[in-house]
Design a protein around this ligand. Sequence first.
Ligand code: TLP
Length: 350
Amino acid sequence: MKVVDLRSDTVTLPTDEMRQAMYQAELGDDDYGEDPTVNLLEQRSAALLGKEAGLFTASGIMSNLVAILTHTRAGDEIILGSESHILWYEVGGASALGGAILRTVPNEEDGRLDLVAIEATVRPEDIHYPPTTLLCLENTHNRCGGTVLSAEYTASACDLAHRHGLAVHLDGARIFNAALTLGVSAAQLASPVDSVCYCLSKSLSAPVGSVLCGSGEFIARARKKRKMLGGGMRQAGVIAAAGLVALDTMIDRLAQDHANARRLAEGLSKIPGVNCSPEKTLSNIVMFSLPSHVPPHAFIDHLREKDVKLNYPEGPRLRAVTHRMVEAEDIDRALDRMQDVVQEFPTGLS
Ligand code: TLP
């Protein structure tokens, strides 16, 4: 029986077309700027995001870290969301390796940071204060359940940041999902930010990689930071080739993942005691909570025995992520299994 793996869109495997392209990729030493496949991926990424240049990195975390190292100096303060991926899941790299102080502003439920709160958090010039030099945003927002930041909001946040001399980095790991939801281009969403990265290895289904984009001058400096982190990958065209196929073939199919996420959210909202809002399911991430008598860890363990995989949650909310390897019929099967498992727990007992 096929396992329905809803843990993350990072579990997606490369398509046959990607594997073919990897095999046939034209290669060179990227540290000499001589890998034509990497160069093409960087150029195409920059064009898609409306920036001058791109930098292929090993992962989303590396892109975010390289961006932070390039925008800031040790001791600078960064403003970012209390639910941001950079804060929660990047092993504290911005502080450990970049010496950055992370100052959070609460994320609204929809992934925004309140503009008044951002402004109040920027440090004025004072001998006691570290300089605030960077604002980080995230679109779509992972921990806020795949919510999207509109182009208008992003522009307002950037205006404010730029007025105070801060640069803005956008963690756009799933920016093509956001663009689809909003009916705008990724370039429009990224237009006011100084740097943006997106991931090839999540909803776009490529095996490895992320691309950081920005001005030519920014990317030249970022390239050196990537090198410092050991991220010069030589014949990286082998993996960039899959990324190019992902750009050609995976962006247009994201609508299926969004429809499946909505289908899952609608089904979940009908299971008695399960709390899930289909109208808040805006991309490929579904957040839900279980009836209070159902312990999440046991629920997930039982579900795994029935070939449906979810990650253990950190709090009361569970996350399910749709992707290329999950079809509508898999969603229906997952829903049946979830309903069965909820019913295994007698009401009133935990
Ligand atoms: N997110 C992963 C886990 O780390 C939680 C996931 O399963 O969703 N930015 C955002 C918004 C992300 O969601 C992720 C990965 C990253 C950056 C980092 O990407 P990787 O893991 O490829 O370095």
